[in-house]
Design a protein around this ligand. Sequence first.
Ligand SMILES: Cc1cc2nc3c(=O)[nH]c(=O)nc-3n(C[C@H](O)[C@H](O)[C@H](O)COP(=O)(O)O)c2cc1C
Length: 187
Amino acid sequence: MTKIGIILGSTRPGRNGEAVARWVAQIASERTDAEFELVDLLDYKLPHLDEAYPPSLGQYTQPHTLAWASKIASFDGYVMVTPEYNHSTSGALKNAIDFLYAEWNNKAVGFVSYGSVGGTRAVEHLRLIAGELQMADVRAQVALSLFTDFENFSVFKPGEHQSDAVTAMLDQVVAWSAALAPLRDAS
Ligand SMILES: Cc1cc2nc3c(=O)[nH]c(=O)nc-3n(C[C@H](O)[C@H](O)[C@H](O)COP(=O)(O)O)c2cc1C
């Protein structure tokens, strides 16, 4: 069975990201074409990157890196749930991505973002990063507005159409994650 990790990419107290990621996980849980797991960066307590060697060499030494690598390696594809901070993704998510390399390769990724213009600028940066990590970023994405999908910018109340957007994005992530399996097997 294809396994997809839904990565919750914000860690600050009072984060909106938790409600968003749980909503995505709830929609995903109703599917039968893949298994889905919510991965909360808070649970991995990653410091700023503290490995001596570039992650592309795969010579991880720190226990927190090995735990993170083991979790990320267990998936065939991902959904990254990202806030927009200063027109990019969160430092926490970028740092967590930077820790690893091979674990991301030849896997699909889809994005759910939120911000004043749907967090779309954060996703544009993540798509550039995905290219360097040899990830296949799907076209369909979910862009949630702080103005119309949240009350008072803090209580998550997604528009009805947004669950269809999640389904369209998950369709592509599941399909591409499965399609890339032969490349993963070969490497
Ligand atoms: C450091 C910081 C920078 C932000 N910069 C932007 C921004 O550039 N564009 C935007 O639309 N929202 C911006 N925001 C608003 C966030 O998108 C909003 O607070 C969102 O809820 C943050 O996600 P979180 O609650 O999961 O941390 C920023 C928020 C923070 C904390």
